[in-house]
Design a protein around this ligand. Structure first.
Ligand code: NAD
Length: 488
């Protein structure tokens, strides 16, 4: 494929390309241009040029257009999901659900376009009033990771387009294909050419140009906390607005009164969906002592049923991890934990067999007796391995849960609503799910405490980050005297 700029497929000025690899087979799926700073500058100039007209479109027109685009994306789900599975590795059923999530998010914000009320604020002095109104931020640089290339693009595009901004998108280097196809589908469905541009290439080149380019007003970033720190530093040079959705190490707390079967299902879904590569995957499991052995026995039985394989096989429950680098990381974290005395209950290695030879597979893994200073606890384990801890009570669970640099998601499993509310109050995380694994919804804000991020995506709150607030002070004739400069 090529890059998508100004509604057209273009090569990079470098003429260089990069191969996109299927994580299940190691085979080349396609190639994309290896863009450089010049390519980004061209795309940014196009996006800047289209801003005036796009932001001037009436909210109702923009709303109708976005609803229409979401309908067209829905009719393309199957093709987009196939591409997503082939470049990312996730099973087809998860890929379909991700594309449908994109559609749902776009529809949600299509419905909010023009629904914002602005304020008229009278001056307490009686001299007049202010109008507090909203303006689009401008050209947004959207930097997207490889774990959810479609939905995390949707979390940025949907509110951003609804608010009247234009975009230059940089997909992750290893998952650009579905984003490129989406840009074409959306443009064919009526999005004006140049409102959404996609430039492919390395973060260190294409990403850095987005961070430095003075015509970009905002960076919407999802990725690792380490990259987020770099983004924040570079964006500071031209005071760009930033939203940072970063890493997590989410605790799941199962109390003694929880529905154990439900919680086991939740833990399996919460840890192994997308092969454990979700910012809000369950990454540390805390079980009350009295239910721990029952829970662990059932959990191991559940994990045995997780069928690992190529995402295109309809029987596959869990696909490969995304890359060899990622597989090694998970392997090393497991080995470091066992070196410190952890016990592997199930998994702990790559599966054997010819179907797994060329892909980046790793077995779903459960660990107990894990030293709390192991990497798998202290860092973000972005893969299918889960440390399990036994705790005395809720206080100990909360204390452990909060002992992390991260604060993204968390879950509490109990039938006692008072207990759940207390835990939610005390856990330092942007979201706490009660009796549910992590599921994001477009209508509620999402984001992190601590080093898990800055700002919020989704919900009405997410829309706010795509606006500047404009104040117009109006002095009624003959009343605005207070500022007059003294004459001698
Ligand atoms: P990453 O930080 O390696 O890359 C993310 C994006 O940043 C990619 O497009 C990459 O090319 C780009 N990039 C890299 N270096 C850059 C630079 N110097 N300048 C500009 N752009 C640069 O992250 P990843 O490995 O693709 O994604 C996994 C991470 O994302 C995990 O830590 C996960 O927790 C996090 N994540 C967070 C959320 C959330 O909403 N909080 C959601 C999903 C994933």
């Amino acid at each position: 494929m090529k890059m998508f700029v100004d509604g057209k497929w273009v090569d990079s000025v470098t003429g260089n390309t990069s191969s996109i690899i299927n994580p299940a087979t190691g085979e080349v799926v396609d190639s994309v241009p290896r863009g450089n700073r010049e390519d980004v500058k061209v795309a940014v100039d196009v996006a800047k040029d289209r801003l005036k007209k796009w932001s001037a479109m009436s909210p109702i027109e923009r709303s109708r257009l976005l609803y229409g685009i979401s309908d067209v994306v829905r009719t393309n789900v199957e093709g987009l999901a196939q591409t997503l599975t082939m470049e990312q590795g996730k099973p087809l059923y998860e890929a379909r659900s991700e594309v449908m999530g994109f559609v749902g998010c776009l529809e949600y914000y299509a419905g909010l376009t023009g629904r914002f009320r602005s304020a008229q604020v009278p001056f307490t002095s009686g001299e007049g009033y202010s109008l507090v109104t909203k303006k689009p931020v401008g050209v947004v640089g959207a930097i997207v990771p490889w774990n959810f290339p479609v939905s995390l693009l949707g979390w940025k595009l949907s509110p951003g387009l609804a608010a009247g901004n234009t975009f230059v998108v940089k997909p992750a280097s290893t998952t650009p294909l579905t984003d490129l196809k989406l840009a074409e589908v959306m443009t064919n469905a009526g999005l004006p050419a140049g409102v959404l541009n996609v430039v492919t290439g390395p973060g260190s080149v294409v990403g850095e140009e987005l961070l430095e380019n003075p015509k970009i007003s905002k960076i919407a970033f999802t990725g690792e906390t380490g990259t987020g720190k770099r983004i924040m530093g570079q964006a500071a040079l031209t005071i760009k607005r930033v939203t940072l959705e970063l890493g997590g190490s989410d605790p799941m707390i199962v109390c003694d009164d929880a529905d154990i079967d439900l919680a086991v299902e939740g833990a399996a879904f919460g840890r192994f969906r997308n092969a454990g590569q979700i910012c809000t995957s369950v990454k540390r499991l805390f079980l009350f002592q009295s239910i721990a052995s029952d829970f662990i026995r059932k959990f191991v039985e559940k994990v045995k049923l997780i069928r690992v394989g190529n995402g295109l096989d309809p029987h596959t429950v869990m696909g490969p991890v995304h890359s060899e680098h990622q597989r090694k990381e998970v392997q090393q974290m497991v080995e470091e934990a066992t070196g410190r005395g952890a016990h592997v209950l199930i998994g702990g290695r790559s599966p054997s067999g010819t179907e797994f030879d060329k892909g980046y597979f790793f077995e779903p893994t459960l660990l107990t007796e894990v030293d709390y200073d192991s990497r798998i606890v202290r860092e973000e384990c972005f893969g299918p391995a889960l440390p399990i801890f036994i705790v005395r009570d809720l206080e100990e669970a909360i204390e452990r849960a909060n002992d992390s640099i991260y604060g993204l998601g968390s879950s509490v499993w109990t039938k006692n609503l008072e207990r759940a509310q207390y835990a939610s109050e005390m856990i330092e995380a942007g979201t706490t799910w009660i009796n549910s694994p992590p599921i994001s919804r477009p209508e509620v804000p999402f984001g992190g405490f601590k080093q898990s991020g800055i700002g919020r995506e989704l919900g009405v709150e997410g829309l706010e980050y795509y606006y500047e607030t404009k104040t117009t002070q109006v002095y009624e004739y003959g009343k605005g005297k207070k500022w007059r400069y003294p004459e001698n």
